[in-house]
Design a protein around this ligand. Structure first.
Ligand code: ING
Length: 303
């Protein structure tokens, strides 16, 4: 067996006025809880350093820029990197990234994976951006991810780390089977993802419990259909008047929910998983080499 103790570090709401150092203090508290539980790896949420600012139309460039990180690490988050290294704990951290690429400033909804020794293992930039690009007055809350972020340009790589094959996704990505399958085809054994999921989404009128059902459904399906562990970590609770769902969870390769958070605040959910539990499914039901029929799948990428 290849045991890995993972901490899903759920955060409660981050209000707009909260400073980076106040947020980092909360992340450090969760990191210390993870250390006391023997975690090797901690998964923080999507956009873990700021409030979910795409809920507003921000027309002042400086106001918008204030939510982005111009470098990672930086002075504000350095204490988290230093303490994690001191404690020998790796982590996934979601944040809004400004990068200078192709001679211009590009903005992404990003997550990084940091090794227990502090090295940057990998970076992922959110590919499935939900919501809309223009202000929609009928919405009680905007969801302007298509306005503020570019489509991720790094694909879904996987990395050998923590004794297995690691992958990353962000929030809406979990709703798309292709996210998990692309990593599944690379042998992924643990998919980490953070999310900020509003309870109310004006794009569709559906009962509140559907939000939670679809959250679990998509994580469980992704896990089972690719024989991988999934750790999904929420930023939850009422953030600037907008309720974000909880449901931070660990899903086994069988698709079973093996651990679920029980609050809407800062809560560390820890679980010791055996990465070898991915093998039976990857070598039987979802033995891709034996059972997949790619000659019939063309429409998935052609349309
Ligand atoms: N949030 C939501 C998510 O995909 C959403 C947006 C909610 C889409 C409900 C569809 C239904 O979980 C982010 N940040 O992607």
């Amino acid at each position: 067996s290849r045991l890995l103790t993972v901490g899903a570090a759920q955060m409660g709401p981050i209000q707009r006025a909260e400073t980076r150092s106040q947020v980092v203090a909360r992340l450090l508290d969760l990191l210390h809880q993870a250390h006391s539980r023997g975690c090797n790896l901690v998964v923080f949420p999507e956009l873990a350093l700021t409030t979910f600012f795409p809920r507003w139309l921000l027309e002042d460039a400086n106001e918008l820029d204030a939510f982005f990180e111009k470098s990672m690490p930086n002075a504000d988050v350095q204490p988290l990197f230093d303490e994690a290294k001191r404690l020998g704990i790796g982590f996934y951290l979601g944040y809004a990234e400004i990068a200078e690429e192709e001679g211009r400033s590009c903005r992404f909804n990003t997550a990084i994976l940091v090794a227990p020794n502090g090295d940057l293992i990998g970076k992922y930039r959110k590919i499935h951006l939900p919501g809309h690009a223009e202000y929609e007055p009928q919405r009680p809350f905007q969801h302007l991810e298509k306005r503020y972020f570019e489509i991720g340009n790094l694909g879904w790589p996987v990395w050998r780390a923590f004794g297995g094959i690691m992958g990353m996704a962000i929030c809406n990505d979990r709703r798309w089977p292709e996210t998990f399958r692309v990593m599944g085809l690379q042998g992924v054994e643990l998919v980490m993802l953070g999310y900020n999921t509003p309870e109310f989404n004006a794009a569709i009128v559906e009962p509140g419990y559907h939000r939670m059902m679809h959250h679990y459904l998509t994580c469980q399906a992704g896990a089972y259909q690719n024989g991988t562990w999934v750790v999904a970590t929420a930023k939850a609770g009422v953030e600037e008047g907008c309720m974000l769902i909880g449901g931070t969870c660990v899903v086994a390769p069988s698709g079973e929910l093996v651990a679920v958070a029980s609050t809407l605040g800062d809560e560390l959910l820890s679980y010791t998983m055996d990465l070898d539990a991915t093998v039976p499914i990857k070598t039987s039901v979802f033995n891709f080499a034996k059972h997949r029929r790619t000659e019939h799948y063309g429409m998935i990428v052609e349309r």
